[in-house]
Ligand binder design. Structure first.
Ligand code: 1GP
Length: 243
């Protein structure tokens, strides 16, 4: 059970690294190398998802599964990205937004299919925060991110997410964000919830990674930084696992 593993590490205060693979951003050779480096670096999870689908995500997931024992978790940008080959799905509700499709509509469409599959469902409150420029998720979801300085709104949103029964809170500035979620916001959210906190979006440097660990992120998601430099997988993994 993947959520059990997350909780176990969370209860022990162990930080976890998730590598985000957007199939549209990789060549097949690049993907192979990245998975290989992730295996060597003991990455905890591989998330698969993206805003668009120039490539067939379902094929990519079975390919990833054949190359690694790292649990593969769907982080779907759309219903078309759901694959029964994954180990789990972040069943995301975009709770920072007010678009009913991303709060419940897509969930209703996906639920019967997910029920038939063996995929572990992990209900996740997903909070998008302004990250310096319009990100794909903001544009594609047609939702407004929480302003970066509105810590109280982020805290209230995370609390509402936890109270609604989500098992994880994922707060992020969007893939490729210029500015990651601030330490102040992460710390405030972390202090107010009693479920694991995932943080991502725009974390590219050792310093910003350390900041996120210090501010209370339990799982850190890195996508863009590894697309250009797979050797940082090992460095980032060390920072997280030795924190
Ligand atoms: C996006 O949080 C993830 O949903 C990762 O963001 O690509 O900026 O690392 P980056």
């Amino acid at each position: 059970m993947i959520y059990k593993k997350i909780l176990n590490n969370y209860n022990k205060g162990k930080k976890q690294l998730a590598l985000l693979i957007d199939p549209d951003k990789y060549t097949s050779a690049g993907l192979k190398k990245t998975i290989n480096d992730a295996n060597k670096a003991n990455v905890d999870f591989i998330l698969v998802g993206g805003s668009l689908m120039f490539h067939n995500h379902v094929n990519v997931i079975s390919h990833i599964k054949s190359e690694t024992k790292i649990p593969v978790i769907l982080f779907p940008g759309s219903l078309l990205q759901i694959s029964p080959d994954a180990d789990a799905i972040l069943f995301l509700s975009l709770i920072s937004g007010r678009n009913p499709d991303f709060l419940i509509g897509n969930h209703v469409v996906a639920a019967p299919l997910l029920k038939k599959s063996k995929i572990e469902i992990i209900p996740t409150g997903y909070i998008l925060v302004e990250g310096g420029r319009t990100t794909s998720v903001e544009y594609m979801s047609n939702t407004k991110p929480i302003p970066g300085n509105k810590i109280d709104i982020a805290v209230a949103t995370a609390l509402a997410g936890e109270m609604s029964g989500h098992k994880l809170i994922y707060i992020e500035a969007g893939s490729g964000a210029e500015i990651p979620v601030t330490s102040e916001m992460m710390t405030a959210v972390k202090k107010n919830i009693a479920i694991p906190l995932i943080v991502g979006g725009g974390i590219r440097t050792n310093d910003s990674l350390k900041k996120a660990c210090k501010a209370g992120a339990d799982i850190i998601v890195i996508g863009t930084a590894f697309e250009t430099n797979t050797s940082s997988i090992e460095t980032f993994s060390k920072i997280i696992h030795e924190f």
